[in-house]
Ligand binder design. Structure first.
Ligand code: AMP
Length: 359
């Protein structure tokens, strides 16, 4: 495990007047890079060969480091170049997926914005739940075994396939039936089935809430929210029910996009409270807790209660909707999550607090 001292040692060599914000070229890189430029910092993207076009055409990157494969982010040469550029690296979902948690914790010796030790807490379901339960926010009930199913549940599988193979059922027979069909169709295998996560299906509206824990301002901000656009479920529900039955199609919940959404104003109080609680829980778990962006994926029931079914311990893909209404209300201009990050880095530097926002 890389120690705090090792990272601070690297930071102490940096020319703070010449900082860069760097990230991997995927996920939310566009507005992370743009935000850096808007705040007067250099923007650097590490990009796989053949994937540089958006960064070039949109002119958001001051420097593009081209690598053969994203895994090369860990190469000493790439790390050295990032350190030469006085880079603060912003981790996002694809960064975590390609570099890997072990790589981030043990090998990636470049200062990162945020708390790198909390990234593991979103990627393992039992850790994620532990954090949410410690925070005291509402979470869907989990069923340890199919025999216990006594209400509609959603069955999830691990791994990189996203929401493919997820299914809904209401009792153990339906569970067996649907699982068998998915195995026959080759969508899941026996091993997946053993690791199935069975969770109460919460009927409600989806809000993925984008928070920012500011160390400089010592506050937790709600900046905006999105709802997910998932294939094929969002297409499936456009079919009349009779045709759905006829077609015999299985749903999947693979994210393909994000839709901006706002919440009823009177519900905002609840969202702030949830954010505060989650930050306090994160402090108990891994000092100094969340730094910068995190996201709670929620469902709002007819009783107007929010259930958190997932957490992102870093910038969430839904921030790509760009216009975050509460960020506008706070800052009086369009501030993307990328820009909010760059602003925090710049202000932390100017106030001598940079050590408190990187790990
Ligand atoms: P996840 O892989 O946990 O992000 O879930 C993918 C999608 O499945 C979500 O965006 C929702 O559309 C749906 N979903 C997940 N958990 C639940 C739940 N407990 N109740 C209802 N829908 C859910």
């Amino acid at each position: 495990m890389l120690s705090r001292e090792e990272i601070l040692e690297v930071l102490s060599e940096y020319d703070l007047k010449d900082l860069s914000i760097a990230t991997l070229g995927s996920h939310t890189a566009l507005h992370i890079l743009k935000g850096a430029k808007e705040e007067g910092l250099r923007s650097v993207v590490v990009c796989e060969e053949g994937r540089t076009t958006p960064y070039e055409r949109l002119g958001v990157a001051d420097e593009i480091i081209v690598v053969e494969s994203f895994q090369d982010m860990l190469d000493e040469e790439v790390q050295e170049r990032l350190r030469e550029l006085n880079a603060i690296v912003v981790p996002h979902g694809s960064f975590v997926a390609y570099v890997g948690l072990d790589g981030i914790e043990n090998e990636f010796c470049v200062p990162m914005f945020g708390n790198r030790r909390l990234l593991r807490w979103e990627s393992e379901r039992y850790l994620e739940r532990k954090l949410l339960e410690r925070a005291g926010v509402k979470v869907p009930k989990v069923f340890d075994s199919p025999e216990d199913i006594d209400r509609p549940v959603i069955v999830k599988f691990p791994g990189a396939r996203g929401g493919r193979g997820y299914f809904i059922c209401s009792d153990s027979e339906e569970f067996e039936e649907k699982a068998e069909r998915l195995i026959e169709d080759g969508v899941i295998d026996e091993e997946d089935l053993e690791q199935a996560h069975i969770e109460e299906y919460v009927v409600g509206t989806n809000f993925c809430v984008h928070y920012f824990r500011s160390v400089v301002e010592d506050t937790v901000e709600v900046l905006g929210m999105d709802r997910r656009y998932e294939t094929n479920i969002d297409g499936l529900v456009r079919m009349p029910a009779s045709d759905q039955l006829e077609a015999g199609l299985e749903p999947s919940y693979v994210i393909s996009g994000n839709i901006p959404v706002v919440v009823r104003e009177s519900l905002l109080v609840q969202l702030y409270e949830m954010g505060d609680r989650v930050v306090r829980a994160s402090e108990d778990i891994e000092e100094p807790g969340f730094i910068g962006p995190f996201c709670l994926q929620t469902l709002c029931t007819e009783n107007l209660e929010f259930y958190v079914f997932e957490l992102s311990a870093r910038i969430d893909g839904g921030t790509n909707v760009t216009f975050l209404p509460y960020a506008y209300l706070k800052f009086g201009e369009i501030v993307t999550m990328g820009r909010r990050i760059a602003k925090e880095v710049r202000e932390a530097r100017d106030k001598g607090l940079l050590e408190d926002v990187v790990t």
